[in-house]
Design a binder for this molecule. Structure first.
Ligand code: CTP
Ligand code: MN
Ligand code: MN
Length: 510
């Protein structure tokens, strides 16, 4: 196409279809009039392109042999949005903002469904922010394709559970965990940020070029990404999965009540398995660790959503029996839409309760379960909350609310709606439950803080401090410039105080 022609991009007269090598292309009825597809040959190859074109036409799609301005959807394989834009630019074509740039996965799903399927972030090719299309022709008044900018803050990104970069994020989660085990905080943060930003991307990283303009993907992180793209795996991660220290720390910290210090001690003493630790007469265990060992199998098998819902019913019933106006919200990973979790978290608050009633509630609830034989472990932490105290500046500071860390006995019939007649095993499962009680005025801050994810919370606080001169924690938001506490009745109001777009819990899986 010569530049003059391309700038005006006039529709072409239909030429007879080219015949592909093996498939005869008979004319097909067009069933989906609104879509006009063009399949990019670059990196796909002509044979595969011809095959996909024929297949799509047979399914009733209109597919053009050449790019014309009637095309609505460009389908590409192994190309990023920026690659496609560059190709278009090379052809002297400026894309209109309505043109869809899609990965071949979308077309393949359409073929499976026999009709156009919804285009989601997974399918849409994103053009990096540093891609600045050079204007081709002053005659062309169509605005360029929207250029997306990815924030360095997780609280300015929408991160659903739809992660299309698992291959990378799994690696960075392991690398971050190893740094945590080695108490190398700087590298730990570096890897966690990389995993977090990758989880938010609506497209899979296919080439190193795709990482351009995305924050936190430089240096060491970039080398790991490069290696995974080239070899399909990271040699460092592979080595870690066989590393004595990593394996032992992972195993030891999987016991409820075992933290880094204990894991380190057991490792230095030469222990490598849980059975040898348990049998050793010289070791003493905390009450928490004893419970952890006793219920180990149940606690390592994750909590399902059905189990979480059953626990929710138990909590709700017990709480309102003592404080009828109390509000109970499930927080943590389940509120973010996760299907499994390591525990179930609840936030409890009451608009009417006196301070004494508020302080008594968690004790009454756990006593009640104890009497019913449902309490397998209980650790109460009393409130150290002081009104008007400035929020904590520390990104990972613990809050001051009254709470209890529990292990509850959940009977299987509470989970399965139809009670099975032949119950296997013991008929119940030990479940970790966290209950938090907060003053009514703090409920929005507490809900935001206990919904997570941890990375999302860290970045909310970092954002408040660095971008707004405010201090945020699980209790309050303080404006340092105005020297006032900013009140909030809902999470939406907290985001608004911070000048942030509201991010739904389902989009906080950073
Ligand atoms: N949290 C907190 N203070 C604590 C413990 C937790 O503020 N002492 C917050 C964290 O922000 C965390 C949320 O409560 O995101 C839930 O914690 P946790 O249960 O550890 O994590 P989940 O995100 O629920 O993940 P999982 O499914 O593993 O339970
Ligand atoms: Mn949780
Ligand atoms: Mn928890």
């Amino acid at each position: 196409m010569d530049p003059e022609q391309a700038a005006h991009w006039s529709p072409r007269k239909k030429r007879p279809r080219q015949r592909s090598a093996s498939v005869a292309s008979a004319p097909h009825d067009i069933r989906f009039q609104d879509l006009v597809l063009f399949i990019l040959e670059k990196k796909m190859g002509s044979t595969r392109r011809a095959f996909l074109m024929e297949l799509a036409r047979r399914k009733g799609f209109r597919v053009e042999n050449e790019l014309s301005d009637s095309v609505t959807h460009i389908v590409a394989e192994n190309n990023s949005g920026s690659d496609v834009m560059k190709w278009l630019q090379g052809q002297n074509i400026q894309a209109s903002s309505e043109l869809e740039l899609l990965d071949v996965s979308w077309l393949i799903e359409c073929m499976g469904a026999g009709k156009p399927v919804e285009m989601t972030g997974r399918h849409q090719l994103v053009v990096n922010r540093d891609y600045s299309p050079t204007p081709v022709s002053s005659l062309n008044k169509i605005p360029p394709l929207a250029v997306q900018k990815i924030s360095q803050y997780a609280c300015k990104r929408r991160t659903t559970l739809n992660n299309c970069n698992h291959i990378f994020t799994d690696a960075f989660d392991i690398l971050a965990e190893n740094c945590e085990f080695r108490e190398n905080e700087a590298s730990c943060v570096e890897f966690m940020r990389a995993a977090s930003v990758l989880k938010s991307l609506p497209f899979p990283i296919i080439s190193v070029k795709d990482t351009e303009g995305i924050p936190w993907l430089g240096g060491k992180v970039k080398c790991v990404i490069e290696e995974i793209i080239e070899d399909g795996e990271s040699s460092e991660v592979k080595a870690l999965l066989n590393d004595e220290r990593y394996k032992s720390f992972k195993l030891f910290t999987s016991v409820f009540g075992v933290g880094l210090k204990t894991a380190e001690r057991w490792f230095r003493m030469g222990f490598r398995t849980l059975s040898t630790v348990k049998l050793d007469k010289s070791l003493t265990f905390t009450r928490m660790q004893k419970a952890g060992f006793l219920h180990y199998e149940d606690l390592v098998s994750c909590v399902t959503r059905a189990e979480a819902e059953a626990v929710s019913v138990l909590v709700q019933q017990a709480v309102v029996a003592f404080l009828p106006d109390a509000l109970v919200s499930m927080t943590g990973g389940f509120r973010r839409g996760k299907k499994i979790g390591h525990d179930v978290d609840f936030l409890i608050t009451s608009p009417e309760a006196t301070e004494e009633e508020e302080q008594q509630l968690l004790h009454k609830v756990t006593n009640f379960w104890e009497q019913k034989g449902l309490l397998l472990y209980c650790d109460h932490v009393e409130s150290t909350f002081e009104k008007c105290k400035l929020p904590s500046r520390k990104v990972d500071a613990l809050d001051h609310f009254q709470k209890c860390f529990l292990i509850l006995k959940l009977y299987r019939e509470r989970v399965d709606s139809v009670q099975s007649s032949q119950q296997e095993g013991k008929g119940w499962k030990a479940i970790r439950v966290d209950l938090v009680m907060c003053p009514y005025e703090c409920r929005a801050f507490a809900l935001l803080g206990w919904t997570g994810s941890r990375q999302f919370e860290r970045d909310l606080r970092r954002y408040a401090t660095h971008e707004r001169k405010m201090i945020l924690d699980n209790h309050a938001l303080y404006d340092k410039t105005k020297r006032v506490f900013l009140k909030a009745e809902s999470e939406e109001e907290i985001f608004a105080h911070l000048g942030l777009e509201y991010i739904e819990p389902l989009e906080r899986n950073a």
